[in-house]
Each structure stands twice: as structure tokens, then as C-alpha cells.
Write a protein that binds this ligand. Structure first.
Ligand code: ZN
Length: 288
């Protein structure tokens, strides 16, 4: 089992010590495992797709597809600071986890969950009774708070699935917080509309991209996400200041060493950081 770089009280103390009110020229990012990130800026906490339970290990125990954890949980979600918003990029449990969201909401009643409008009813049923405010989003509908904005971007988790009203089941999110722009892609392939959408919605030259790397290996039949080479190339195409990979080292059946990603970044001259679970990446805004 991989042990997080920081966990429990040590991780919580690191989160508390960085990005408080007034710390507005730096952005702090902690990897929580899988596609989960805690982002902090100027006292605002944002949680992207946290998976901090054993929901899937328990669900698939004794089946032909066991979800064996590779990395120990870094923190009890009930102890995290109150987020301005939590995102769920899509309905899959490693991105919208009742075992994480229920205890989080019980600690922070009324906490806001941004999610694709197309999955609202399914999410409501999964989280029935939890004190969560649902904020259904779709392309063109943004969410705003004081000093921040969350902008959905259509994603293709194998395909650009939509509901009868044309609303996407899979989303990524652009977060604008103070001078920073961050893109969390959710689970996605590099579909034809992705780069135009990112450029139109303001993610060109973004500060940080958080991208999956466990995708499409024809020989293994694993698909649905960017692979390491594609993730590096997408970041380069967007002129991202830095790219951080995710969606690996959570389950033994669905992981990928970050080597291909790191090598591709090297070839392309794309700055990147390799996260460790519970590790922090801090960046400073460049002067205008
Ligand atoms: Zn996933």
C-alpha cells in the first residue's frame, strides 16, 4: 500500500497553514488521490472530485472486478475545512462518492455540490438525506462566488453523452480564483471540441491543468481517459504553466505509472509536477 506523503492531522495542518485570507498571490493544490484535489486560495477552499472512502472496494468485494486500493486514504472527509464548492465531474463513484460526500456534508451542512445537470436525479437519490445543496451545471451555466468562478466544460468519458435536453453527463471545470485559472478535466478523452472549448472559456495559458493519465491502451482495453502522452500534449496545446497528472495509483486494475506522461512533458518542454498523495503544489501568480 502506498502511504500518503501527508495524512490526517499533518495534512490538515498543512492545509490550515497555507492559502488563508489575504494569501491571494499564491494558489495551493493538494492531491487527495484518484481525481481528488483540494485547492486553496485567499481563504477559499475548493474540492474537486474527492474520493476518500472505501465505497468501491466494498461494492466490488468478492466480484470478478475487485477494486483493490493501492494508496491509503489520506484524510477523513469529515475533518476537511468547509469548501466553497465541491465538484463531481460525473456520476461514477470515484468522482461522486456517497462515502465521502455524506460525512463532508454532515460536518458542513448546506455545502454546495456542483455537478452535471444531466445526473442530478441520480445524484440526489445516491445522496438522499445528506444536507447538500445541489448546483446543477451545464455548458454555458457558470457558478460564481466572491472572487471565484466555476465554468463547466463538456467532457467525453468515451463519448460526449447528453440527456434529452442536450446537457452533458460528463464535465470538466475551469476554476478562476483571483489571478489564477485552473482546469480539472474530470474523466475525458481529447475530443474534437475540447481545445476550442478551453480556449473559448478562458483556459488558454491557464496556470494549472489537472488531467487523467490512465487512458486508452488498446492492448489492455482500458479507455475513457487521456493517456500520459495525450495529457502532456493537451497541456502544451493550451500553453498551461504547469500540468499535474491524476487518476492513477488508486486501484490496482486501473492505474498507470506516470513515466510516459513525464517523458512526454520532457519532449514537449511542458512544465509538470508529479504529485504524491497528500502532497502540495504551490504556485505564485506572475506579475501582470
Ligand atoms: Zn474515473
Amino acid at each position: 500500500m502506498i502511504q500518503p506523503t501527508r495524512r490526517d492531522d499533518v495534512l490538515l495542518a498543512d492545509i490550515a497553514a497555507h492559502g488563508g485570507p489575504g494569501d491571494n498571490t499564491r494558489l495551493h493544490i493538494w492531491w487527495l488521490g484518484q481525481s481528488g484535489f483540494l485547492v486553496k486560495h485567499d481563504g477559499h477552499v475548493f474540492l474537486f472530485d474527492p474520493y476518500l472512502s472505501d465505497s468501491l472496494t466494498e461494492k466490488y468485494a468478492g466480484t470478478a472486478n475487485p477494486h483493490i486500493r493501492m494508496t491509503a486514504r489520506c484524510v477523513d472527509p469529515a475533518l476537511l475545512p468547509r469548501p466553497r464548492v465541491i465538484t463531481a465531474s460525473h456520476i461514477h463513484t470515484d468522482h461522486l462518492d456517497p462515502g465521502t460526500l455524506r460525512p463532508l456534508a454532515e460536518s458542513h451542512p448546506g455545502v454546495r455540490l456542483a455537478l452535471p445537470a444531466a445526473i442530478l436525479e441520480e445524484a440526489r437519490a445516491r445522496l438522499a438525506g445528506a444536507p447538500i445543496q445541489f448546483h446543477p451545471l451545464h455548458h454555458g451555466i457558470h457558478m460564481r462566488g466572491r472572487g471565484w468562478q466555476l465554468i463547466p466544460v463538456p467532457a467525453a468519458h468515451e463519448d460526449l453523452k447528453t440527456d434529452a435536453q442536450g446537457r452533458h453527463h460528463y464535465l470538466g471545470y475551469i476554476l478562476r480564483a483571483g489571478p489564477f485559472t485552473l482546469y480539472h478535466s474530470g474523466d475525458t478523452l481529447w475530443h474534437d471540441g475540447l481545445l476550442p472549448a478551453l480556449c473559448t472559456l478562458g483556459a488558454y495559458r491557464c496556470h494549472v491543468m489537472l488531467l487523467p493519465i490512465n487512458g486508452r491502451k488498446p492492448e489492455r482495453g482500458v479507455a475513457g481517459n487521456l493517456n500520459g502522452t495525450e495529457a502532456a500534449a493537451l497541456a502544451r496545446a493550451c500553453s498551461a504553466h504547469i500540468v499535474i497528472p491524476c487518476h492513477y495509483e488508486m486501484f490496482t486494475f486501473n492505474t498507470e505509472p506516470p513515466d510516459e506522461f513525464a517523458a512526454a512533458c520532457g519532449r514537449l518542454g511542458q512544465a509538470h509536477a508529479l504529485p504524491t498523495c497528500g502532497g502540495r503544489v504551490s504556485m505564485t501568480a506572475e506579475p501582470a
